[in-house]
Design a protein around this ligand. Structure first.
Ligand code: 13P
Length: 246
């Protein structure tokens, strides 16, 4: 399995920020891992053009479950694909919180992504209150069962474990806590999808930065990272790519 370094720019970046992408491509012409950036929808086409013939792949941060229609302000999976995207992040905790996205909605979005030929990166994660209450694995198990479509394969599905309390806070779980959740995810996916689950990539996300990337990537069943803030600077994201390629 090739590991995946994925960056989520969230609602950040303008055309001027594409210079960062040029620097990243130039510094990492042939990384050992896959390299993906998910900018705002407004930048996907430009970033995909800048990344053509390079190792960088480009993705979206959300899609509508339908392919087209009267849904003002929304973007479909087919449109992301048409703009040059290969992946789409779905069910990020910020969308679950800001837009009330449920597991069932995330699942229909993931089905739409697969139908459009995109790789779905489905995000899961417990809140701090849920962790403190000892509910982490219950929450993760429920989100996994409800958000992942049955048609998913190791080629079309990536899971990102992102504890809500670790996102943008500079705090990370202990390596044992990451190991526990990732082993649980692998076991649950194996129950559902059989042996092919061994090839499904499980990303860790939440305050990943150059200084902690190597130790997180050494945790069993961590197959890459979903990086927020540190993906906005090519030097920082490049250092994470290098740690994953080591
Ligand atoms: P940070 O890396 O900024 O904590 O964000 C993580 C994240 O939410 C990626 O999707």
């Amino acid at each position: 399995m090739r590991k995946l370094a994925a960056g989520n720019w969230k609602m950040n970046g303008s055309a001027a920020a594409l210079a960062e992408v040029g620097a990243l491509i130039a510094a990492h012409p042939a990384p050992a891992c896959e390299m993906l950036l998910c900018p705002p929808a407004t930048l996907i086409a430009q970033m995909a053009a800048a990344a053509r013939s390079s190792a960088l792949q480009v993705g979206g941060q959300d899609c509508h479950p339908k392919a087209s229609g009267a849904h003002t302000g929304d973007v479909s999976a087919a449109m992301l694909k048409d703009a040059g995207a290969s992946h789409v992040i779905l069910g990020h905790s910020e969308r679950r919180a800001d837009h009330g996205e449920t597991d069932a909605l995330v699942q229909t979005k993931a089905e739409a992504a697969l139908a459009a030929g995109l790789i779905a990166i489905v995000c899961l994660g417990e809140t701090e209150a849920e962790r403190d209450a000892g509910q982490t694995l219950d929450v993760i198990g429920r989100q996994l069962a409800g958000s992942v479509p049955q048609a998913a394969t190791a080629q079309t599905l990536v899971i990102a474990y992102e504890p809500v309390w670790a996102i943008g806070t500079g705090r990370t779980p202990t390596l044992d806590q990451i190991a526990e959740v990732h082993a649980f995810l692998r076991a649950r996916l194996t129950l559902r999808f059989g042996a092919s689950a061994a090839q499904m990539r499980l990303l860790y996300g939440g305050s990943v930065k150059p200084s902690n990337a190597a130790e997180i990537f050494a945790v069993p069943h961590v197959d890459g990272a979903l990086v927020g803030g540190a993906s906005l600077k090519s030097a920082d994201f490049g250092a994470i790519v290098a740690a994953l390629s080591a």
